[in-house]
Design a protein around this ligand. Sequence first.
Ligand SMILES: Nc1ncnc2c1ncn2[C@@H]1O[C@H](COP(=O)(O)OP(=O)(O)OP(=O)(O)O)[C@@H](O)[C@H]1O
Length: 347
Amino acid sequence: MIELSNVSKTYGSGAKAVHALKNVHLAIPKGAIHGVIGLSGAGKSTLIRCVNLLERPTEGSVVVDGRDITRLGAAELNRARHRIGMIFQHFNLLTTRTVFDNVALPLELAGERKAAIKRRVAPLLDMVGLADKAGMYPAQLSGGQKQRVAIARALASDPQVLLCDEATSALDPQTTSAILELLRDINVKLGITILLITHEMEVVKSICHRVSLISNGELVEDADVGDFFTAPRTDLGRDFLNDFLELTPPKELTARLLEAPGEHTHPVVRLTFSGDAVSTPLISRLARECDVDVSILQAKVESIQERTLGLMIAELLGDTDQTRKAMEYLKAHQLQVEVLGHVQRDV
Ligand SMILES: Nc1ncnc2c1ncn2[C@@H]1O[C@H](COP(=O)(O)OP(=O)(O)OP(=O)(O)O)[C@@H](O)[C@H]1O
């Protein structure tokens, strides 16, 4: 449905050139919900704006529903854009128009008749749960209600694709989940393909099927959401995951962590396990089979889509041979083992 091939975007030129996107390839099938995550300035907004040509790529093609929209003339591009809805972090509603008139706007611009507009807007307001707010003005609405109006407006021209630019970033957690629920509903009921950009892993976890990670204008990961949350492939992916899961070693331990092992040190490890490993009593088996003690400092079990993910930070207490054997044992049982550092052993 959406296919970006070799897309690059450079702002400015010469010494002031900013390479916001570099050779991006991205394929999103019809009906998918795809998230793009990245740090501030990574290129998320530029990427999503290239999909409806709010930004024109410097290079590459953007194919939406089989047509390369970078090659369309002005009139054709305008028509193509009608089938690509977009919602924004700050809603972008017209303050002097009522809720009804905001939703009606794209239809008015398309030259629809009043009666047809009325027939179209009423069910849309119903769908987003604002049937009783048609005559109100944006200033009289909460943030969540404003975003619902923006969603109804984006759906007015019957789009095949909905682009969401940090659509929940200005909302509190409860309102965020209600809006995400609505987006999921729209995806299921109307079969609309959704591309969203966010810096919130919670958004990705809640509704996305796949996720891409963007860093300095490059897509560095592109994975099924379950895979990304259980086994990110890059350091940045792991940082996002650990921040989201809040699984960082306690401060007093970090202060004592040494980078390299010493004569009387033992390793502190972060263990990530999924699938069968979650329900297997691996830690007690590890203690028995490798003759080590395991001191658990933090542990957490998360449900991500249909999969369970376990995380743990632990000290492995034993001599060098025992702890090495313990790490091999864990890896052999499909756990990811990351050595966070080493702490001095009490002797
Ligand atoms: N119109 C512009 N002119 C020049 N540089 C720009 C322009 N828009 C974005 N940039 C630069 O391009 C890079 C990517 O910006 P972009 O807004 O796409 O990132 P982002 O990931 O969406 O960031 P944020 O999460 O902070 O919104 C940044 O270095 C930014 O400063």
